[in-house]
Write a protein that binds this ligand. Structure first.
Ligand SMILES: C[S@@+](CC[C@H](N)C(=O)[O-])C[C@H]1O[C@@H](n2cnc3c(N)ncnc32)[C@H](O)[C@@H]1O
Length: 217
């Protein structure tokens, strides 16, 4: 196992391109937007949004709560939640072109653009956060996870996926616990779930609670 050069070339070219790139990610997803759904759903067996959506439904049963879908992409996860009765979902993503497709799904109350390698500046925090498919190889890094969790109000639940191949190859488990300790959130459980079936990639789905009080030490 080589942590500096993970072997992402073994995956489909479209995934390898995303997993290996650390710059101009916005442009990369803008360029992918038009064929993203057919590439992932028809060719690659992408089920992450459904699997994580089911876990979200299990741990956040309140259909009226204010949900943020971080890295909403073309809106697959938001649409899944809407189909299951969630009424109040916002979406946020790095890529304007991915979000333009998401808006056509009419699952979101509002959408906004943000790069989660930095903190979001919010007037009002969300009651729950779902983040599917953003943490993988390359960036954002696990050390950016607090930028996602901090969109949730203290005491709220976040459901965040991590690509299972990256999880194993980059040995990310100690990193997520370190990130949680440093930033005042608790990892309640880590569930294994299906992710990209035809590539044999599974996922780890983190169920997180943002602590009510976090004192920096
Ligand atoms: C694999 S897609 C997942 C999209 C959607 N959640 C889904 O399940 O289909 C990853 C998404 O993360 C977004 N993304 C990547 N880096 C990001 C960042 N630094 N900040 C915000 N979004 C980012 C991309 O634009 C893309 O829409």
């Amino acid at each position: 196992m080589n942590h500096k050069n993970p072997d992402v070339d073994r995956f489909d070219d479209r995934l390898a391109a995303v997993y290996s790139r650390t710059e101009n990610k916005e442009q990369q997803y803008d360029e992918w937007a038009k064929t993203y759904d057919s590439d992932l759903l028809d060719d690659l067996g992408y089920v992450a949004f459904r699997e994580a959506g089911e876990i979200f439904i299990d741990v956040v049963p309140d259909r009226n709560c204010r949900v943020l879908d971080v890295a909403c992409g073309t809106g697959l996860a938001g649409e899944y939640l809407k189909q299951h009765g969630y009424q109040n979902i916002d979406g946020v993503d790095l890529s304007g072109k991915m979000m333009a497709i998401a808006r056509q799904r009419e699952a979101y109350h509002a959408t906004w653009q943000h790069d989660f390698t930095g903190p979001a500046d919010l007037n009002e925090l969300y009651d729950a956060v779902l983040c599917v498919g953003m943490f993988s190889y390359a960036i954002p890094k696990i050390s950016d996870m607090h930028n996602v969790v901090n969109c949730a109000r203290p005491g709220a639940t976040c459901v965040i996926t991590i690509n299972g191949a990256a999880w194993q190859e980059l040995e990310l488990e100690p990193e997520v616990y370190r990130e949680a300790d440093l930033n005042g959130f608790t990892i309640e459980e880590i569930r294994k779930a299906r992710y990209i079936e035809k590539e044999g990639i599974d996922s780890r789905v983190l169920v997180i609670t943002r602590k009510r009080e976090h004192v920096l030490t």
